[in-house]
Design a protein around this ligand. Structure first.
Ligand code: PAF
Length: 289
């Protein structure tokens, strides 16, 4: 049952006006920031947003600031017609779809940047310098443009979520950041817009990522604490399956630091290249002892 009254707003001033009028009526507002090419993972975020708010804004903005010079900004999949159909089906209230010139009217050179230290320079930050500064900056701008009560992000981008939570606290942005469990295809592959870069053969290999992470989690649950060994074995497994892993890393899930004796919640994270695609995934595990 789709409904046709999805409102589309491009100007930051107009979305703020709409949200402020809702909030004056006592309605809670949720924001789901995305880069479009929406899939079931995004649909789940929209559905969850409904549980937290009476009005749901989804933003679609492919943010040039978070792409490196040799990354896929130009070719990032843009599917506006399908995106609108999905948002109607899942009953989002407003699509906020600004142009680059709406978000960066003075251009991006010499723009104020939001830099979240420590968390931004590890894991994916090593291979993608500047990426998380671009993410934190645009998310701060989206938070200010929309001023929602809550914002929802997928846990697939675990490091991104940690950075956004830290930024929101550090800058005192008055909203709640909520992480939502990763949505997977039936064979375990975490949903991602970049999965469409996979050939049929690569798509068939890709569930190895989740299988490998799950095996590490099982070892951790069984009491194995030789993290370096577990990371090395998992890296080797991915290499053998045909991936080029950037890292496999076991971290404290709350701090993303190396686990300490006190760490109770761990997360196993990986980024691995398969052809044109760079796939990331993670699995959390609660230690009982
Ligand atoms: O995860 C994404 O799609 C993007 O990094 C985000 C959070 C929308 C910022 O551009």
């Amino acid at each position: 049952l789709s409904r046709v009254n999805l409102e589309i707003i491009a100007r930051p001033a107009a979305i703020l006006e709409r949200v402020q009028s809702w909030r004056k009526q006592g309605l809670r507002v949720a924001l789901v920031p995305t880069m479009g090419n929406l899939h079931q993972g995004h649909a789940t975020l929209v559905a969850k947003a409904r549980e937290h708010a009476q009005r749901v804004v989804v933003s679609i903005f492919v943010n040039p600031l978070q792409f490196g010079p040799n990354e896929d900004f130009q070719t990032y999949p843009r599917t506006p017609v399908e995106d609108r159909a999905l948002l109607e089906q899942y009953q989002a209230d407003v699509l906020f779809a600004p142009e680059v010139s709406d978000m960066y009217p003075r251009g991006m050179d010499n723009h104020t940047m939001v830099q979240v230290p420590e968390l931004s320079d590890i894991l994916c930050g090593v291979v993608r310098p500047g990426h998380f500064v671009g993410v934190a900056t645009v998310v701060a701008k989206l938070f200010n443009a929309v001023q929602p009560d809550v914002a929802l992000f997928g846990e697939k981008d675990f490091q991104q979520l940690a950075i956004i939570k830290r930024m929101t606290i550090d800058l005192g942005i008055p909203l709640k950041v909520i992480g939502i469990e990763t949505v997977r295809d039936a064979d375990g592959l975490a949903m991602s817009s970049r999965n469409r870069y996979l050939s049929v053969e690569q798509r068939a290999l890709s569930p190895h990522i989740y299988t490998t992470l799950s095996a590490v989690v099982q070892q951790l649950s069984q009491g194995q604490r030789d993290f370096t060994m577990l990371e090395a074995v998992a890296t080797q497994q991915l290499l053998q399956a045909g991936f080029k892993p950037d890292y496999v890393s076991i971290r404290d899930a709350d701090t993303l630091r190396l686990p300490s004796e006190q760490s109770r919640k761990l997360v196993v994270l990986t980024a691995a290249r398969l052809g044109r695609a760079r796939l990331i995934d993670n699995v959390q595990v609660e230690l009982s002892r």
